[in-house]
Design a protein around this ligand. Structure first.
Ligand code: ADP
Ligand code: MG
Length: 331
């Protein structure tokens, strides 16, 4: 490895790409590594997409985290870092972000790495919050009572301050407590799942860690933040909703509504990232709850990393091309 690579990426948006393991396909081929490419052959047309990093198909959880670790640790210098997993349902977003207990993903590794780096001297105060956005409703996954819909308000004028009324912020003194809180949040996300329609793939999950130091950090702010965002599946509405619901088909109507709000919020995220990258004066943060919540984190000087998860299955090719186009727009 070459530690420090991503530190050069501070204040930037970078796109990394990982494959869902499976039978490789002649329709999706890779040139892995830094500035790697993914080539697709869809409807007789070949397209080549260049990304900041393409993982080889057999890349381990550890290899993926190694690329992200410098960005994660920059939070300790007061930087703001957002890491997103993006892609069609079933491509491994949650696997990469959380991973199974025996092979942990980005979130548990990031926490471990941060706590290790902070040491035991207690110079940092670590605060955790965790929310889910489902159909544009924001729910606290760590609320002591049953999760209720929270209002997102504009905070003190002019500084992009956002307040989520009633959201709980937990002080986490150690790694063990942090892991416990995370699994609590995860199980609260899962509770709302229905068998027919796995809710978790239709919602965005945001874990936010704030790291404050007693002494002023070397970086730009007084507090570093790390946002770990497992985005809802990016598949398009007409697929999720099939041909559209028939009259009286409540599940169908519900699915279509979900798919539309998800598409709208992912589009908003893409719009925000594209505007930031192009340094456009107007950044459309207000277009979705997701981008409103992340507004303080996606300002100038922030680092955003999008981990694009793609499938190699021939039947997913249309979605794979769409995901790569999204990456091309923001990266
Ligand atoms: P998503 O969150 O994008 O809907 P999941 O993370 O739930 O997708 O992954 C779908 C399935 O594929 C899960 O059973 C998961 O364990 C498996 N999977 C995904 N990526 C990998 C990987 N890199 N190695 C092994 N299994 C994986
Ligand atoms: Mg998932």
């Amino acid at each position: 490895g070459c530690p420090g690579r991503l530190l050069e990426l501070k204040g930037n948006i970078r796109v990394l790409c990982r494959l869902r393991p499976g039978t490789p396909s002649s329709l999706v081929s890779l040139e892995p590594g830094p500035s790697g490419t993914v080539t697709t052959c869809y409807r007789g047309r070949q397209r080549r997409f260049r990304l900041d990093w393409v993982f080889s198909p057999e890349a381990s959880q550890e290899e993926v985290f190694r690329e992200l670790e410098p960005a994660v640790l920059s939070c300790l210098q007061g930087y703001s870092v957002c890491i997103f997993t993006y892609g069609q349902t079933g491509t491994g977003k949650t696997y990469s972000m959380e991973g199974p207990p025996e092979d942990p993903g980005i979130a548990p590794r990031a926490l471990q790495s941060l706590f290790q780096e902070m040491g035991t001297e207690g110079q940092h105060r670590v605060t955790l919050s965790m929310v889910e956005i489902y159909n544009e409703a924001v729910r606290d996954l760590l609320a002591p009572g049953p999760p209720e819909r929270l209002a997102v308000r504009q905070g003190p004028a002019g500084r992009g301050g956002i307040q989520v009324a009633g959201l709980t912020y937990w002080d986490v003194p150690d790694l063990e407590m942090l892991h416990q809180m995370l699994s609590l949040g995860r199980s609260n996300r899962a509770t709302a799942a229905t068998t027919k329609n796995p809710h978790s793939s239709r919602s965005h999950a945001l874990v936010t860690l704030t790291l404050r130091t007693a002494s002023p950090p070397r970086g730009p702010g007084t507090a570093g933040t790390l946002h770990l965002v497992d985005l809802a599946g990016s598949e398009r509405a007409w697929k999720a909703g099939a041909a559209g619901p028939s009259r009286g088909d409540r599940d169908g109507a519900q699915r279509l509504r979900e798919a539309r709000t998800i598409n709208r919020s992912l589009l908003a995220l893409g719009g925000v990232m594209a505007a930031l990258r192009a340094r456009r004066p107007h950044v459309p943060f207000r277009d979705s709850q997701l981008t409103r919540l992340l507004q303080p984190a996606l300002g100038p000087g922030a680092t955003a990393v999008l981990l694009l998860q793609i499938s190699t299955r021939p039947e997913d090719l249309g979605e794979t091309v769409c995901s790569l186009k999204f990456a091309e727009r923001v990266g």
